[in-house]
Design a protein. Structure first.
Length: 589
């Protein structure tokens, strides 16, 4: 019985050996990897057919040749493998590479392999050779390299991306090689996308990238941060001198040259913000600090008129911090009851009758004090807070006009952001309904800027407002290039003549002729004209002489809180001919 069991055990062992041999043969013939085995002399003792293919050599050359020599013959850097073999320990996933493999055709270009190996030992545990597996991992390596490339490069322009720029900026600061960081933004790029399509916009960005690369110095880095934002990292050794202002202006000049896109000459301009590393004694500046500083300077360049460059300064930083604080505090101003409406009278010149009032917003903050509209309104528009504030102003103004100002037409300013808000028409409708104000007593004042990005959309919204029954006034008329074109496309109720014209009326024959033409045009189109900023009897006489209908300004009254306005109105009723008398005294009527 024991003999029978032994025979069965031996038979099973032989069967398993045959199975393993078959499996090994199948692996050698069909696997993507190659088996290799060397003797004590380092020569190939055994290999699968796949090995010759992987290293690009004729199979006849492999047997009994040193394994390291064969790999080196294929262009492989064998130093890592030699070190692993000399260490006499098993190794896994050791990376081998060949920049330009030699040997069999079809192996052009860089190749990469992963090799595993373990020592073969005799009965006395002495190493007598090596055995392992070699795999071609070129595709995996190239995929990883592509991912690395994508992680560090902008896919549209081929420039470095924000991640790469940040790393280079940190390194330049550490090496004290940074001269300046230039943040560059295209002016009105959205208009190119909207007018010619996103494909044209992409082509323009590629042209911009090429021009920036052509202007850079060899040591500099050009990056695209996203959208139409670019950056140039200006670097130099300690003994080099770089004129950053001249470089910035050169970039602006180059980018202003027309670009041919689809047979069309497309023009653009750029604004640049410059940030420099800290001076000696202020070592706390970081890469993030410089990026913020460059952005602050860029915004200042755009605010100053675009197509120019500005350099960050402490004063600029202080102003930016104040702007940020104002933006943050504005979001709470309504809920804290810090906003207040002031009312500036509008008087009919011919009759001296008080006919309306413009609603002006005022803000008094607990810490900041009285913040001027010229400071906080642009911040509100840029941040989008103007929508919420504008809705509050509209509701409050309608409610006050309906309850306390019978018979007067109230004028409320509307920003481009408000007009282009999809909810604005409904907001006006709701304010009228909630207050019970006659729509004809509400006048909405807009400026030409509402037409810049979307003329058709603006006109559609204006017609929708007219359908509600409200009046529409064109503010600052004559200061833009397209005012007359807009008069042809929309029947405004009122034209407000900018104070700049009023100030020049008595000193400039040309200005007088322009304002007189505007007044005559308004009569022809059945519109009224309002002269803004009238501060003296002489100015009143001048605007009367050219034919303006209404007057608004400090001569009549500055903007004031509601209680003061109500007192003013009550007093004005008792002297209805006051303006006429002033004008007659000056001989204008």
């Amino acid at each position: 019985r024991k003999a029978t069991a032994l025979l069965k055990s031996q038979a099973e062992a032989k069967r398993q050996e045959r199975v393993m041999a078959v499996l090994l043969h199948d692996f050698e013939q069909n696997a993507a990897e190659a088996l290799w085995e060397t003797g004590l002399d380092g020569c190939v003792a055994h290999h699968s057919p796949r090995l010759a293919t992987l290293i690009g050599l004729d199979e006849a050359l492999l047997r009994k040749r040193p394994f390291l020599e064969l790999l080196a013959r294929s262009g492989v850097d064998v130093a890592p493998l030699r070190a692993a073999l000399e260490a006499e320990r098993p190794f896994k996933e050791l990376r081998l590479s060949a920049a330009a493999p030699h040997g069999a055709a079809g192996l052009g270009g860089p190749r990469h392999w992963a090799i595993n190996g373990k020592p073969l030992a005799d009965d006395e545990a002495r190493i007598v050779g090596w055995r392992g597996v070699l795999a071609d991992v070129t595709e995996q390596v190239m995929a990883q390299e592509r991912l690395q490339h994508l992680a560090h490069t902008d896919s549209l322009t081929g420039l470095a991306n924000r991640f790469t720029l940040h790393g280079a900026l940190r390194a330049a600061l550490a090496q004290r090689r940074l001269v300046a960081l230039l943040a560059l933004d295209l002016d009105h790029f959205k208009l190119v996308n909207d007018t010619h399509g996103h494909a044209a916009g992409d082509q323009l960005l590629q042209h911009v990238a090429a021009r920036l690369l052509a202007c850079r110095r060899p040591a500099d880095l050009v990056a695209r941060l996203g959208g139409d934002e670019f950056a140039v990292l200006v670097m130099a050794d300690a003994d080099e001198s770089v004129d950053v202002d001249a470089l910035s202006q050169r970039l602006i000049d180059v980018l202003e040259e027309p670009v041919d896109i689809g047979g069309r000459a497309t023009r653009t301009s750029a604004s640049i913000g410059v940030a420099r590393p800290s001076r000696a004694g202020d070592a706390g500046v970081s890469a993030d600090d410089l990026l913020v500083h460059a952005d602050i300077a860029l915004y200042a360049a755009k605010k100053a008129g675009r197509g120019r460059h500005e350099t960050y300064s402490v004063d600029l930083g202080d102003r930016n911090r104040r702007s940020v604080m104002i933006e943050q505090e504005l979001r709470q101003a309504i809920h804290r009851g810090e906003l207040e409406l002031h009312w500036q009278p509008k008087v009919d010149i011919e009759s001296s009758r008080l006919v309306g009032a413009e609603v002006l917003l005022r803000w008094r903050h607990a810490q900041l004090g009285s913040v001027a509209p010229i400071e906080f309104i642009p911040i509100a528009e840029r941040s989008g807070v103007i929508r919420e504030i504008g809705m509050w102003v509209l509701r409050e103004a309608c409610a006050v006009a309906a309850s306390a100002l019978p018979g007067l037409v109230i004028s409320v300013n509307v920003s481009p952001a408000q007009l282009h808000d999809d909810a604005f028409i409904a907001c006006v409708r709701d304010a009228l309904r909630a207050s019970g104000l006659d729509p004809f007593r509400l006048e909405l004042e807009i400026t030409e800027s509402v037409f810049i990005d979307d003329v058709q959309g603006a006109l559609q919204r204006l017609h929708a407002l007219r359908a509600l029954g409200v009046r529409v006034a064109l503010d600052d008329f004559g200061t833009g290039y397209s005012s007359l074109a807009y008069l042809r496309r929309f029947p405004f109720d009122t034209l407000k003549i900018d104070r700049a014209f009023v100030n020049e009326l008595m000193n400039s024959i040309d200005t007088r002729a322009i304002v007189q033409m505007i007044a005559q045009l308004a009569v022809t189109l059945n519109m009224r004209t309002v002269a803004e900023g009238v501060e003296s009897p002489a100015q009143l006489s001048a605007v009367t002489a050219v034919g303006c209908d209404e007057v608004q300004g400090w001569l009549v009254s500055p903007a004031c809180p509601l209680d003061e306005f109500l007192a003013f109105r009550k007093g004005w009723v008792h002297k209805p001919l006051a303006l006429v008398e002033q004008v007659r005294a000056l001989g204008a009527v």
